[in-house]
Design a protein around this ligand. Structure first.
Ligand code: PRX
Length: 635
């Protein structure tokens, strides 16, 4: 029995039990048999959730790109590693073989070195979904530089905050990007961001949309001529198992974004192993994940996990709606996609368009359908199952987080019987716990509470860049000796898990993780605003949308409220990005507060969700009268 590829339900239980009984031995075997090491570890795992400190495969030496590229060259150098499908269906797709990808990564790595980047330096990547994005990520890993990819939908302010937080020396961007029928001036955004950053010496610019852009002398360089001149091979930097591989920012309930730090060996082992099993990837398959590499899903399941398995991974530059809402299905037909991994918000948006567009295309290549990023509602699940999978491709509803690095709770297709809206069972090696509010574990089935993980897994983030205390406070201090996920979950009568949603002030909008605090900070910058509070409310496509309660400094002010709403959303777009715009804005005379002055978001959430019969006792508030006023003026 190979523990690397699970094919039957009974086998899942056997391997799961083994992975729990002796995690060190289990992961050691997986690591030993399926990866290339320059030096073996001296110790598989040491951990202490109190400090917290977690180390996997201590003292081992490796380079992740040797595992993702070099080792495939001999047996399958001509196999397609990346299929690039451009924004426009009129532009030809590119097929980049493992050999070509290896060369491109090596050239890029040499360009990085020639521009002063070395091991441990931070490089910010702000690119659209073009091959240079995957290549630059791998080029950083080749030389041991730490990549920090920032999703190219974030604003200049959001970008500069992230560049400064991790003190990046270089930014890699493009002259612009295509997004459906629109083009976006990415380089202009980078220029604005860099007004606020002193740490960046070099900006490498890929050409994509061929517009005239401003190139700052001594700082900005066109990428292509440098790549053309660079040497085609690059000896990989030998990294320690626990050397940081990348930083990826995620929202917190308060304060600035958290730069989650992932390290090399454990991340590689876990993303590769989950990829193989969760997608049941077979050698000739074409796999497509629709996420952007700017999010963790793209890091783990477009780049590292698939490439470590020698898979063919498709990168799509555009949006689901361009040139029409049949684009995803057209791509599946065109490239004969076997595994398709997307987000519930995309499924809901496409379901709205009716089934005609799906039926137009031949989707018979599909074997596995994936869902990630937010809870998938029953209706979307069935639509996906009936119309895309034709009831023959299992849906894997995979729960995980930026912090977990890889998929944590998920069915294994053709192995685990699925159940709509349930992420089902923990993946191999994962030990979930459901906790009550007093910090006690709820054992047995048919329980609901807060989701924690009891034991480390190889790809858990090791710290928050520059703020280990915050890492400890956020994830390891709420429940003793446990990693706290921030999510609620229930376990049903057979032990299946269902994720019920965030239990903190993070709101998932269209699968994007948004913290309320930075949005409120942006709103409060408006000179007319005194105070604000953001909550989520259900939305039929986005899952959740944002509802803002805003108190103006001068409540009797005669300003046009519609204009104010526009200005406020513009501010949010400028400070964070369009993904954080508010769907509803209600101007209020005050916000409900506790006697200690804390805003009662729970009450505001109930009002926004139209559940005013469940407000509970409001009489102990500092200002109970505002609740009535807010209810009578809901938008
Ligand atoms: O609330 C959970 C939700 O997304 C959060 C993590 O967001 P992020 O770090 O951006 O990573 C998203 C992609 C891995 C989780 O805390 N979430 C993710 N997947 C699911 C989910 N909620 C329910 N079901 C899922 N399958």
């Amino acid at each position: 029995m190979s523990n690397y590829h699970i094919k039957q339900f009974e086998e899942y239980f056997q391997v799961y039990r083994k992975s729990i009984r002796n995690p060190e031995q289990f992961w050691e075997e997986i690591a030993e048999e399926h990866f290339v090491w320059r030096k073996k570890w001296t110790n598989v795992l040491s951990w202490d959730f109190k400090k917290p400190e977690i180390k996997w495969f201590e003292d081992a030496k490796l380079n992740i790109t040797e595992n993702c590229l070099d080792r495939h060259l001999r047996a399958q150098g001509d196999k397609t590693a990346i299929i690039f499908e451009p924004n426009s269906p009129d532009e030809e797709a590119q097929h980049i073989s493992y050999r070509q990808l290896h060369e491109k990564v090596c050239r890029f790595a040499n360009v990085l070195k020639e521009n002063g980047i070395g091991k441990g330096d931070r490089v910010c990547i702000y690119l659209p979904m073009i091959p240079e994005l995957a290549i630059s990520v791998l080029a950083c890993a080749r030389i041991g530089a730490i990549h920090s990819v920032v999703f190219a939908g974030f604003s200049a302010t959001a970008l500069s905050t992230r560049i400064n937080d991790s003190d990046c020396n270089m930014v890699i961007t493009s002259d612009g990007s295509y997004r459906g029928a629109k083009t976006i001036d990415l380089k202009g955004i980078v220029d604005d961001a860099l007004e606020e950053c002193d740490c960046v010496d070099t900006v490498l610019v890929a050409k994509r949309i061929n517009t005239d852009i401003n190139m700052k002398d001594g700082r900005d360089k066109w990428l292509q001529p440098l790549l053309d001149e660079a040497y085609h091979d690059c000896v990989p930097e030998i990294m320690d198992a626990e050397d940081p591989l990348f930083i990826l920012y995620t929202s917190g309930s308060t304060g600035k974004p958290k730069g989650m730090v992932h390290t090399t060996a454990g991340y590689m082992v876990y993303t590769a192993y989950t990829f193989k099993n969760v997608f049941q990837y077979r050698e000739q398959d074409v796999y497509w994940c629709t996420a952007d590499i700017g999010w963790i899903t793209g890091h783990s399941y477009i780049v590292y996990g698939p490439l470590a398995n020698g898979a063919t991974t498709l990168m799509y530059e555009g949006v689901p709606s361009y040139p029409d809402f049949g684009r995803f299905w057209q791509i599946i037909e065109k490239h004969k996609v076997n595994q398709f991994y997307t987000a519930p918000t995309a499924i809901r948006a496409l379901a709205k368009q009716g089934v005609e567009l799906v039926e137009k295309y031949d989707l018979s290549s599909l074997k596995v359908l994936g869902s990630v990023g937010e809870p998938i509602n029953e209706e979307a699940w069935h639509w996906y199952n009936d119309n895309v999978g034709k009831r023959k491709s299992p849906i894997i509803d995979s729960w995980w987080q930026t912090e977990t690095g890889g998929i944590m709770i998920t069915p294994i297709p053709y192995v685990t019987p699925t159940k709509p809206t349930y992420a089902t069972l923990p993946f191999i090696g994962i030990q979930p716990a459901i906790m009550d509010e007093n910090g006690d574990e709820l054992k047995g089935n048919q329980v609901e509470g807060r989701l924690c993980i009891k034991y480390p897994w190889p790809s858990i983030a090791r710290t928050i860049w520059g703020n280990h205390q915050r890492y400890k406070d956020t994830y390891f201090s709420v429940f003793e000796n446990m990693y706290f996920t921030g999510d609620g979950a229930l376990r049903d009568e057979v032990g299946y898990y269902r994720i019920t949603g965030r239990v903190d002030d993070v709101i998932i909008v269209s699968g994007h993780n948004l913290g309320t605090a930075p949005i409120e900070d942006a709103i409060n910058e408006h000179q007319a605003v005194a105070e604000s509070a953001i909550v989520g409310f259900p939305h039929d496509v986005k899952g959740n949308a944002l509802y803002g309660y805003i108190t103006l400094k001068d409540s009797g002010e005669s300003r046009n409220h519609d204009n104010l709403r526009k200005e406020i959303n513009q501010l949010i777009t400028d400070r964070i990005g369009p993904i954080a715009k508010l769907d509803k804005i209600q101007f209020t005379v005050g916000l409900p507060k506790t006697r200690s002055g804390k805003i009662m978001r729970r009450i505001l959430r109930k009002i926004a969700c139209n559940e005013t019969d469940q407000l509970g006792d409001t009489s102990t508030l500092l200002n109970p009268e505002v609740v009535e006023e807010i209810i009578s003026n809901v938008v």
